[in-house]
Design a protein around this ligand. Structure first.
Ligand code: SF4
Length: 328
């Protein structure tokens, strides 16, 4: 991986914004770059503190840490702009300079049946977009970028909790090509009804997501049934400002109307260990990142559902709605 942290832009922004003290957040894969970034920032006479908390997405803005430390600015590396916050945030998208041509060539046999493809990419490949489009157009494909909707920052950009931009073009394409990783493509296959082909860049692999959707939908139905039977239910909310997927009060009221003993639990981050300690709870609904419930089914000792799935268990929505609208 050859990464470009846009250090000149960082220096320019620091000189323009003139913070005295900054909190730096690094996405999980780039935490090892903290010392070199510290040198640059401290070299400008700015006090610099790194957040050691997990940072899975642009949603994870460390507002509470920033307030506790009294910083003037959060510098968030590795994700595109996601939300606004009261504390100023400088989002620094990190570019991956890897040559994508070999994996693009590898993808052609997987796409031979499709003339029109929907294209989405993860943020570190944004600078290659025109090259990628040209490559596929030269190979005789029509390329349509997923739309910029909700939390996504650009046309074609993909984030794991927002697939409205892919749904918006699904009737115009025969298949989707996702440049990124399993996380993004798995979400896509749950959200849209067209075939999804992943260009798994860091594993140098191209594969279809076929089959995965049915397997996950079965797990989701199982979890919904478990919530229907549950007596004690935990509604988990996270304090991250970008992770609010549903109203805990509304859900609590609906649960109680159905005779369930429901409680609201707050967590800074949901983990199996924390869940384990609430051993009297039969099922959880999490209103934080929807991917925790969907991706980590096997890691958790109890069923965990999203808000949308909880609505099915409570009879407020039908399973057909979920299938029609997509799980995410
Ligand atoms: S809510 Fe989840 S999927 Fe969405 S950006 Fe945050 S970590 Fe990624």
């Amino acid at each position: 991986m050859t990464l470009d942290f846009e250090k000149e832009k960082l220096v320019e922004e620091m000189k323009k914004r003139k913070p005295k003290k900054v909190l730096v957040q690094l996405a999980e894969g780039i935490k090892q770059n903290a010392p070199e970034l510290s040198e640059i920032i401290e070299g400008l006479g700015i006090e610099c503190i790194f957040s050691g908390e997990t940072c899975w997405g642009g949603c994870s803005i460390a507002v509470q840490e920033a307030e506790a430390l009294g910083v003037d600015l959060i510098v968030h590396f590795g994700h595109a702009e996601f939300i606004e916050s009261d504390i100023p945030v400088l989002y620094m998208e990190v570019k991956d300079l890897l040559n994508l041509e070999p994996i693009l060539k590898k993808s052609i046999p997987h796409l031979k049946e499709y003339k029109t493809i929907g294209l989405s990419y993860s943020i570190q490949h944004r600078q290659d977009l025109e090259k990628i489009k040209k490559f596929y157009e030269d190979a005789g494909k029509k390329v349509i970028l997923s739309k910029k909707k909700g939390f996504v920052a650009y046309e074609g950009h993909i984030v794991g909790c927002q697939y409205e931009g892919l749904k918006a073009i699904q009737n115009d394409v025969e298949a989707f090509v996702i440049l990124g990783n399993q996380f993004h493509s798995m979400g896509a296959t749950l959200a849209v009804k067209k075939p999804v082909v992943l260009l798994d860049i860091y594993n140098d692999d191209v594969r279809s997501m076929e089959g995965l959707r049915d397997k996950i939908l079965k797990q989701r139905m199982f979890s919904i049934e478990k919530l229907k039977e549950a007596k004690n239910v935990g509604i988990i909310v996270e304090i991250k400002p970008g992770q609010k997927y549903g109203s805990p009060d509304y859900l609590l009221e609906k649960m109680r109307e159905k005779g369930k003993n429901a409680i609201i639990i707050t967590m800074s981050e949901i983990t199996p260990d924390k869940i384990m300690n609430f051993y009297s709870i039969d099922a959880f609904v999490e209103l934080a990142c929807p991917r925790i419930a969907l991706d980590d089914f096997a890691k958790y000792p109890k069923p965990i559902l999203t808000m949308r799935e909880a609505m099915v268990a409570l009879g407020e929505k039908s399973w057909e709605d979920i299938l029609e609208q997509g799980v995410i």
